[in-house]
Design a protein around this ligand. Structure first.
Ligand code: NG6
Ligand code: CA
Length: 520
């Protein structure tokens, strides 16, 4: 029996199509690589804060080793100069300024990333990875009414792509001092429920104001509410005593939990977001690191962070997975000296310049706010060297999707660019051609980096720009400024009027990038 010719034709073209798709998929999968990935994100670490980036005031041998054996970026950025917006865009691949309420999250903040959002970890899950976040979260927990501290803290990381989480909920200068493992507060005694709020729970509740003399580290601004471990914090809490940790033990806990999780997942591709709290305030390093430097607890916390990096790398070597693991080291925003506690960071800074050659730091859209240490390391795979390519923490979603063979939906990760080849240090590989920087997202302060040019835009008249070299200062700046970073890395010489053509082009480009709602 002969099939009618049109049916045969139809069948064959369908088959050919199917083979073509299968073949394509096969070659795509062949091209895909699935190394383990660890992103180590420091907190408030500036461009000049480690010896590999120039400080001579103390040593960071483990991070230096990472830099020496991998690519050390001199144009590596986080996307914002405070924590929450950088972390939001790191995980979602979308600039935080596109979303309302993504500034510094308060203790009772609801989850800022909604379930269903494509995220860096959900991309990795699609690629077949096991995923975890261990350390500081600061992206809110729970539904619109905020976290149910004594119940299930959902949505949280596990609803947006992480298989496992072991967290400090916000920052350690904010209440409460408890760990969240998956969706629950760890070691919580139901007979001693945890209450968290922004009003004093009773008249006799001790605070940093009423019991200032009892504090082991004094506050300088804010941070004068509930006291735990001799340190007063932002916000109030009662109960949950069995669940509370000591500030001194945080770094050890992150390392222990990470080593345990890596050991348990070493046989599958894994993605670990190691979210250090060092060197955020209150800077209370473990006793064995107190006095490690001559600069006080701020630099001692950097040495503690360096130890953490060393422990993670040792673990990879011990498990013989270092040559199959891409390690990234970065920061969530630039440096700050006095961020609310009297820890002598400024008094003992000496010749150390936390932001390196750059002006500004945390809270600022000067380069010091977002240009930070940025290192990629993959033993045997990334050739050691220094890269001048422009890369940002916002690019990991797009870059790792490309590496692992996951196709991003058009409406996902709206600003995450595939710069994987640059991250891997491939010769001739290009990074981004532009990058938008922001501060905390409330004031409308932006930076636009294009080649050697840097445009600043300050929508608010009272733009805050903290200059770390001297003291916390509110500097008044014009609405627009333009700098040539090749000649003026410190952004001192405003060329906005003199270079009118460039100024006009970049002003328009920045407005377009903000208004268009996406840049990918
Ligand atoms: C500020 C805090 C500062 C720090 C920052 C968040 C005061 C006076 N200042 O509001 O200490 O906690 O928020 O830092 O309370 S971040 O790195 O998490 O963005
Ligand atoms: Ca931070």
């Amino acid at each position: 029996m002969r099939l009618p010719i049109f049916l045969f034709k139809d069948l064959s073209s369908k088959l050919v199509l199917r083979w073509a798709v299968a073949l394509l998929g096969f070659s795509f999968a062949l091209g895909a690589e699935k190394p383990n990935v660890i992103v180590i994100m420091a907190d408030d670490l500036g461009y000049g804060d480690i010896s590999a980036y120039g400080t001579k005031s103390f040593q960071t041998p483990n991070i230096d080793k990472l830099a020496k054996g991998g690519q050390r970026f001199t144009n590596g950025y986080c996307s914002a100069s405070t924590c929450t917006p950088t972390r939001y865009s790191f995980l979602t691949g979308t600039y935080a300024f596109r979303k309302p309420n993504t500034g510094i999250a308060p203790p009772n903040s609801p989850a800022l990333i909604q379930p269903g959002t494509e995220t860096l970890p959900s991309v990795m899950q699609k690629a077949g990875y096991r995923t975890a976040v261990i350390g500081k979260w600061h992206l809110g927990l729970g539904g619109p009414e905020g976290p149910d501290w004594n119940g299930e803290l959902k949505p949280g990381p596990r609803e947006i792509g992480f298989d496992y989480n072991f967290l400090l909920p916000t920052t350690n200068d904010r209440v409460p001092q408890v760990f969240v493992e998956n969706s629950r507060v760890l070691n919580l005694d139901p007979k001693d429920p945890l209450w968290v709020g922004n009003k004093k729970p009773s008249d006799d509740h001790p605070t940093g104001l009423t019991h200032r003399d009892s504090l082991k580290m004094d506050w300088t601004h804010g941070h004068n509410s509930t006291i735990h471990n001799g340190i007063s914090r932002i916000g109030f809490y009662t109960g949950g005593h069995a669940a509370r940790f000591r500030d001194e033990d945080l770094a050890d806990e992150w390392v222990n939990q990470s080593v345990k999780w890596i050991e348990a997942n070493k046989d599958e591709p894994f993605f670990l977001f190691f979210s250090s709290h060092d060197l955020h305030v209150p800077r209370i390093p473990h006793e064995r690191f107190q006095g490690a430097t001559d600069l006080g607890y701020r630099a001692d916390s950097i040495v503690q962070l360096d130890w953490c990096v060393g422990e993670l790398m040792k673990t990879l070597d011990r498990l013989k997975i270092a040559d199959n693991t891409l390690v990234v080291f970065c920061s969530d925003n630039g440096p700050v000296m006095d961020d609310g506690y009297a820890d002598e960071a400024l008094e003992r800074v000496g010749k150390h310049r936390a932001a390196g050659p750059y002006t500004g730091g945390k809270y600022s859209v000067y380069e010091g706010g977002t240009r930070t240490p940025f290192i990629t390391h993959w033993k045997g795979r990334i050739q050691p060297g220094v890269s001048r390519q422009l890369v940002s923490t916002i690019d990991f979603a797009g870059s790792l999707a490309a590496l692992t063979g996951v196709e991003l939906d058009d409406d996902a990760c709206l600003d995450s660019i595939d710069v994987m080849d640059a991250l891997l240090g491939k010769p001739g590989a290009k990074g981004r051609d532009h990058l938008v920087q922001q501060d905390n997202g409330k004031g409308g302060n932006y930076g636009l980096r294009v080649g050697k040019w840097k445009l600043q835009r300050h929508d608010s008249k009272s733009a805050r720009n903290l200059v770390v070299e001297t003291h916390l200062a509110n500097t008044k700046v014009p609405e627009y400024q333009l700098f040539d970073l090749s000649k003026d890395p410190a952004e001192k010489n405003d060329l906005y009027a003199k270079e009118a053509k460039v100024a006009k082009r970049l002003t328009k480009q920045l407005a377009g990038l903000i208004d268009k709602g996406r840049s990918r």
